[in-house]
Design a protein around this ligand. Sequence first.
Ligand code: AMP
Length: 401
Amino acid sequence: MAKLTVEDLPLEGKKVLMRVDFNVPIKDGVVGDDNRIVAALPTIKYVIDHGGRAILFSHLGRIKKEEDKPGLSLRPVAERLSNLLNKPVTFVPVTEGKQLEDAIDNMKNGDVLLVQNTRYEDVKDGEYVKRESGNDPELGKYWASLGDVFVNDAFGTAHRKHASNVGIATNMPGKAAAGYLMEKEIKFLGDAVDNPERPFVAILGGAKVSDKIGVIDNLLDKADKIIIGGGMAYTFYAAKGIKVGNSLVEKDKIDVAKQILDKAGDKLVLPIDNVVADKFNNDADTKVVEGDIDDGWMALDIGPKSVEEFKNVLKDAKTVVWNGPMGVFEMPNFAKGTLEIGKFLGTLTDATTIVGGGDSTAAVKELGVADKLTHISTGGGASLTYLEGNELPGITAISDK
Ligand code: AMP
């Protein structure tokens, strides 16, 4: 990789500032799903096993007013982390000042310290000042002054320019490295987009075309085929003059969809048939129709012929990137298309199969096929930014090798 990684840094006896993604659900002071904490363990363990003093920074939720703070303290995360590492974790309930500085000074090699939620800096004396989220130059400089080297392992925030990722890194030139999670994301998403083994097939779904125009634009030049499913398919239907009934259509995006269709030729693969419903409800009356959708009916999933056609396009692929469900997968009666495609990807053992975060990640996990795929991205927004071919400031700021 062209960027420094944690293994390139001197760690023994060093104060290692680490940006991790501990943005986990917390209810009544207890951590729910701790996947993100578990995902950060390999890099943390590497640092402490090599004699580093791990000083961890993370955001949690959004803080816009003073009252948001108590419910968004990282204290419960320190407890869970301590259990997972099987060693004490010092929690410092502030983000700056003597208490934090003293706690860091008291650390020994191999110790772990968690700093309070970085977004506490977004509200000062009751005012929404966005010091963390606005990458306040003084804040990044201050945090950087607390350590010797920096490791960024928070891919989920890499598309944002915050003090705790970009700010710290830019103040530690030559000493800012990627952690294992970050390295993995860069490797899989980067290779898939810039240097894919072919055929390279992208599967795009989800509700809106407007969210994915940048991705389609970028991938049209790079992928061999782009499969379109989910709600966004019906704006393309409208662009082709196919009747859509009451299906989801973004009227102001029909022209863009036409332009994409013109440019794409047969690269774009749309559903042939759909499961249509008489209302947006799991208990709706349903039927499968090919082509035109009558008024009073809305397409909520792709149909069986579409599934077969999509599988046919996918069967020889060597690289697959998937972002967005094929239908309203939250309702069991409209989850089949997403399930079938997910299951089929799991059988493509010769291919690199990547799921690009967000709802598709939730879907493959729920469907139990996640462990059969090559890489499940941890960042929805960040992976979309990557697929759009846009810069991720959090990655740019990491030092080059
Ligand atoms: P996104 O966040 O853009 O990936 O979109 C995911 C959402 O799209 C999910 O909540 C799905 O329920 C929704 N979705 C997928 N297919 C359809 C459809 N045919 N009609 C309406 N919503 C859909």
